[in-house]
Design a protein around this ligand. Sequence first.
Ligand SMILES: NC(=O)c1ccc[n+]([C@@H]2O[C@H](COP(=O)([O-])OP(=O)(O)OC[C@H]3O[C@@H](n4cnc5c(N)ncnc54)[C@H](OP(=O)(O)O)[C@@H]3O)[C@@H](O)[C@H]2O)c1
Length: 336
Amino acid sequence: MAAFWRSASFMLMGNQHFTKHGYARASKSFDNSCMERSLAGRVCIVTGANSGLGFTCSQELARRGATLYMVCRNEERGRQALEKVKADSGNSNVHLAVCDVSSLASVASFAADWLASSRPCHLLVNNAGVLLSERMTTPEGYEQSFATNALGTAALTQRLMPALLAGAPSRVIIVSSGGMYTETLRLDDLQHASLQPWNGSAAYSRDKRRQVAMTEHLAAAMAGQGVGCYSMHPGWADTEGVRSSIPGFHKAFQDKLRDTQQGADTILWLALEDEAKLQPGAFYLDRSPQAKHLTLGGTHYSPQQAAQLWEQLMAMAGLPGQAGAAAAAAAGAPQQ
Ligand SMILES: NC(=O)c1ccc[n+]([C@@H]2O[C@H](COP(=O)([O-])OP(=O)(O)OC[C@H]3O[C@@H](n4cnc5c(N)ncnc54)[C@H](OP(=O)(O)O)[C@@H]3O)[C@@H](O)[C@H]2O)c1
């Protein structure tokens, strides 16, 4: 019953706020004064940068002069996107990094190379995400949705923490989803074994809930250390991911979907706005912190449970459980 209530409330909320009409209403009160700030000298990483929101975000960061690393899992798709971003922005300081976020080994290798270069990181946008129509397992043996959206995102963030600390004040933005409203924080069954038959939307939403919880935990752990952590929902945007993963939804909502510029707007705003005006650990939609739970949704959890999630993810990734400077120092010496 609670699950039905949450899904119905989510769709009502989505119709009102997550569509392009919701964006149009919200944008009337936007203060755009930060939006044309230069990012010259700022080193930024965007994962899942070759398509959809990650690609648009990359274009916008590059246009503002950032030194940008586009993290893509497929070299050819990444190369094409890189050339387009360079050409459109006129910024030659844009680079491709091939990394599969769902692979702990690939994440470890990318982060080790990064740390070896002594480059700081001023902005990490954890955007790569998947919603899968069938259960898939990574070569490392993890369920793919969990491996990409939860485990890989957490491992990458933790492994890059020394670079984020070196770049402080720096920011981590985790691109979550409003779908998380429909799910509780599941600490048992991390890899969705109980979803029989497979339900890709439920797996996705559970992992997106975990992203919101891990952001809260990270924000608290990094307080006072100059690394701001934020999660956000882009709204419902017309991307390849939506077209291919949830074609029925795409068809039904085609005329209401945001364009990628509108979907990526809050990512960019979180990258540009004065730090003092942002709430660490908050979940943003259209530049405003949102409630993280639906009224009567029954999805509340404690900070201890968010910490427990982080510890479980770190244990799986072979990293120290504690987020923060001490753990970051340890993460600088890869353990696998
Ligand atoms: N669009 C929406 O309405 C919406 C709503 C809520 C949340 N979101 C979130 O927004 C983010 C971007 O989604 P999108 O709509 O822009 O989808 P998209 O067009 O499918 O883009 C997703 C990107 O992530 C990459 N990716 C997937 N798995 C990866 C991995 N293991 N390693 C590295 N990169 C990987 C994809 O690369 P490939 O091209 O190689 O597949 C692609 O570049 C996701 O986190 C999604 O959950 C989107």
